[in-house]
Design a protein around this ligand. Sequence first.
Ligand SMILES: [Zn+2]
Length: 165
Amino acid sequence: MPYGIPWNDVETIYPCVKCGYETLLYTPFCANCGIEQPTEERKQAIGCARHVTSKREPDEIQASLDEFNGFAVRLWSYGVSHCELQLHFYKTGKHRMILMCASSDEVHLPTSAWAADLELIVKAGKYGDEYIVRDRKLGHYVRCGMVVAYFGFDSSFCGDGICPW
Ligand SMILES: [Zn+2]
């Protein structure tokens, strides 16, 4: 079994309309700057609430990787305790994806951004399925015990000029 602890799924994230401070529960006043917020219904209606979703099935994850093919990807963080790493993908505007690879055994990735052409390979490993996320053109890869794709989480990755869009 993979040792990694994936993030919990939450349904909605509410950023403050003034300072951008984010909460997982709607509050009528910002906990950071104190400014009054629009009602929960209004925040939903005006696009001031982000919905968070995740993909966990290999075919869904591959479809998500295909969606970001040709756009920028970058190794964003690595947590030693659970051998977890995050790849952040940038498309345009707020269209981002975070790929979390837990229980990573082997990491061959550059520390700078590149244009993604990634495939997900599932193989029988010593302790169950193992996953290899590999770039078809450049050969960069990570071999791990679990992969989850997240949409809607905040990322400050802006593409590093990789994509002309
Ligand atoms: Zn605020």
